[in-house]
Design a protein around this ligand. Structure first.
Ligand SMILES: Cc1cc2nc3c(=O)[nH]c(=O)nc-3n(C[C@H](O)[C@H](O)[C@H](O)COP(=O)(O)OP(=O)(O)OC[C@H]3O[C@@H](n4cnc5c(N)ncnc54)[C@H](O)[C@@H]3O)c2cc1C
Length: 637
């Protein structure tokens, strides 16, 4: 096929979504051009050079605590990267990016533990992978015992109550989750308001703050429940670590090799190229105006994929575009649900490891999470950077910019150096409850995401400071599924691929960005009527053991009934569905266990038995084996 006969796809934005779309398209023979407004690829996932060209500076030349540097600039990042075990889309793509003699997915390393740090008690560790050695078994049992015995501060009664709420979620059918639970926030779903302060801290805020800037009182319980279960099920699953990280700075071990691969395959990736507007004619997108170095030009193509974050895409919406697909108008509302979440890195003169994995600072006002990176970085020796004095790197995400810190100020109203000082103070307060893990004399320097700008840093103290954030992040808040768009729009040559698009993943992450890109590319393939294999898209997976119970709840849901409530009632579905599902591994064991728990499993209530019979028929018809049934309807181009 000649270059001129190949269909051309213009991709707006070169983050994970844009690069994923480019990857799928170039491998299917399309001509691909990517326009990215920054001089660096990877979007929010990128890592950066902290202080290129001299002392440690970030963004507009602004000195931090470091003063001199002779080696290459230290690695910094917009925010640290975490790849939960349930990710499939992004991992599949990474496995197709060459790296040395292998591929980029091989640069992922498992973490082993999760540290929970709080102001008033010694930090403790929970396991993040299934036991593989005697020591792991010890950690696993210790973690479980700690939670069950109330030593983490939550009573056994609270933990039992939370387990019952999780059971309710787990045995709710997908339709109920999407319609009913999507409209309840996590806080209300787990009934945190009527429980102890410890319950609120641990199961309310603790769980949500580890999931990209979500807040318990606003986050959709459908999203939090779905994702929390995925992570929970990964923990005891052999060969799957619930939490993986890269073995070096993100651009070194992933984004740069990816960019190189795409360019070698023929993708034209244009840097410093900002999309300013979209032009339509005859019901299609005709071209995009791109500004490069202050000069504008129009770019045309057969298909356009917008891989811009929601607030940037919304800024490009014209009345014409909305008239062509009215659902795009909802992006104006969706843009109200972006929050701030940004990283700060503390460079240390000692490698302070804390945990072999992430740390959640459970009551830190600014919702901090962190990871000590060098322990995972194999061949990347941080002491080769800058002045050679750096041995440790604690990368921290700040997820709440609206709550007053120990200094009495919200992060949003602090200067860059106040943000660094206050974050450091919150870390020390959380980590040093029993002994001093983090000390001032270990601090070499810090680097704050350059997207955070305190333009009026010199304003007098009485004026509230205005800090801006160039890259906010969509958060999956209550009842926002309804206003999120499909990847395939009603405009026949225009598609959306970013973390806010409707996906099975349904949490604004790299995984969702990649899945959205696959959906957009599948839309292009259909529109172009090609015979290429579509990109694979995976649904979330929950253990098949619970499939009969979801089938039972589906029957109730369709009848307009609420969730079954008591344990015995849904268990009857096991019994009735047995014939249909006996072939499933684990099922027999589960049934035996259920009978042992509830000897009179054959229920007497006629309605319950009837529902269970219907659930069995439903399970037979759907052959639901743990794959969730939720479908995302894409309108045909
Ligand atoms: C601090 C932080 C930590 C996170 N940690 C994780 C994590 O551990 N794991 C995880 O899975 N997810 C994580 N996420 C979420 C994840 O980073 C994002 O969901 C994902 O990277 C979004 O990718 P994207 O391509 O959709 O958007 P983006 O990354 O925002 O990419 C969009 C691109 O478009 C460019 N652009 C914007 N406007 C224009 C324009 N007008 N013209 C041209 N280009 C433009 C931008 O510069 C950017 O490169 C984190 C997010 C944050 C903020």
């Amino acid at each position: 096929m000649t270059m001129s006969s190949r269909k051309k796809v213009v991709i707006l934005g070169g983050g994970v979504a844009g690069m994923s779309a480019a990857h799928e398209l170039i491998e299917r023979g399309f001509q691909v051009q990517v326009f990215e407004r920054k001089p660096i690829a990877g979007g929010k996932a990128r890592s950066l050079k902290a202080g290129a060209g001299g002392g440690l500076v970030s963004g507009p030349a602004r000195p931090t605590l470091a003063t001199r540097s002779s080696g290459p600039p230290l690695p910094g990042e917009h925010g640290f990267r975490f790849f939960p075990g349930f990710y499939r889309h992004i991992i599949d793509t990474m496995a197709r990016i060459p790296y040395g003699t292998g591929n980029v997915a091989q640069n992922l390393v498992d973490t082993r533990e999760l540290m929970i740090a709080s102001f008033d008690r010694a930090p403790y560790l929970l396991p993040s992978e299934s036991p593989r050695s005697a020591d792991d078994v010890r950690l696993f049992l210790l973690g479980a015992l700690r939670v069950l015995s109330g030593r983490v501060g939550v009573s056994t009664e609270d933990t039992a109550f939370f387990a019952a709420k999780l059971w309710e979620f787990l045995t709710s059918c997908e339709e109920r989750r999407l319609v009913e639970l999507e409209r309840i926030n996590w806080w209300d779903f787990i009934e945190a308001g009527s429980r102890s302060a410890a319950y609120q801290k641990f199961y309310g805020n603790g769980i949500t703050r580890s999931l990209v800037a979500a807040k318990a009182r606003r986050a959709s319980s459908k999203t939090i429940g779905d994702i929390f279960l995925q992570i929970l099920f990964d923990i005891p699953t052999p060969d799957v670590a619930a939490d993986r990280v890269l073995n070096g700075p993100t651009n070194d071990v992933w984004i740069d090799p990816w960019l190189k691969y795409l360019q070698q395959r023929g993708v034209d990736y244009c840097f410093d190229a900002e999309v300013r507007s979209l032009r339509c004619r005859n019901g299609r997108v005709l071209g995009a105006t791109i500004s490069v170095g202050g000069r504008s030009r129009e770019v045309t193509g057969d298909y356009f994929i917008s891989a811009l974050p929601v607030e940037r895409m919304t800024a490009l919406l014209s009345a014409e575009l909305v008239a062509l697909d009215p659902s795009l108008g909802a992006l104006h509302e969706l843009t109200e649900y972006v929050e701030w979440m940004n990283g700060i890195q503390f460079y240390l003169t000692e490698d302070v490891r804390l945990a072999e994995g992430h740390t959640i600072y459970i009551d830190s006002p600014w919702a901090l999470t962190s990871i000590s990176q060098p322990q995972f970085w194999g061949s990347f020796d941080v002491s080769r950077y800058a002045d050679g004095a750096v041995k440790g790197l604690l990368s921290v995400d700040i997820s709440d910019w609206d709550v007053k810190g120990l200094n009495g100020k919200e992060a949003r109203h602090c200067s860059r150096s106040e943000i660094a000082a206050e974050t450091w103070a919150q870390l020390k307060r959380s980590l040093n409850a029993d002994y001093e893990r983090l000390r001032d004399d270990q601090l070499h320097s810090w680097f704050l995401d350059p997207g955070i700008d305190d333009e009026d840093a010199d304003a007098d103290e009485s004026t509230p400071r205005v800090v801006t954030n160039a890259e906010p992040l969509l958060v999956n808040y209550v009842d926002t599924w309804r206003i999120r768009p499909e990847a395939v729009t009603r405009i026949p040559n225009f598609f959306l691929a970013s973390d806010y698009v409707r996906t099975f993943t349904d949490l604004a992450t790299m995984e969702a960005a990649n899945e959205a890109a696959r959906r957009a590319v599948n839309g292009v393939l259909r529109a172009a009527r090609t015979s290429h294999e579509p990109c694979q898209v995976w649904n979330l997976h929950e253990p098949e053991l619970f499939a009969p119970l979801r089938a039972y709840d589906r029957v109730r849901y369709r009848k307009g009934l609420g969730w079954g409530g008591e344990l015995a009632l849904p268990l009857s579905a096991f019994s009735a569905a047995h014939g249909a599902l006996a072939a499933l591994p684990l099922f027999d064991k589960a049934l035996t266990a259920a009978h042992a728990l509830v000897p009179d499993l054959a229920l007497t209530a006629p309605q319950a038995n009837q529902d269970a019979e219907e659930a069995a028929a439903e399970a037979r018809a759907s052959s639901d084996t743990g794959l969730r049934r939720l479908r995302i309807v894409e309108s045909a181009p």
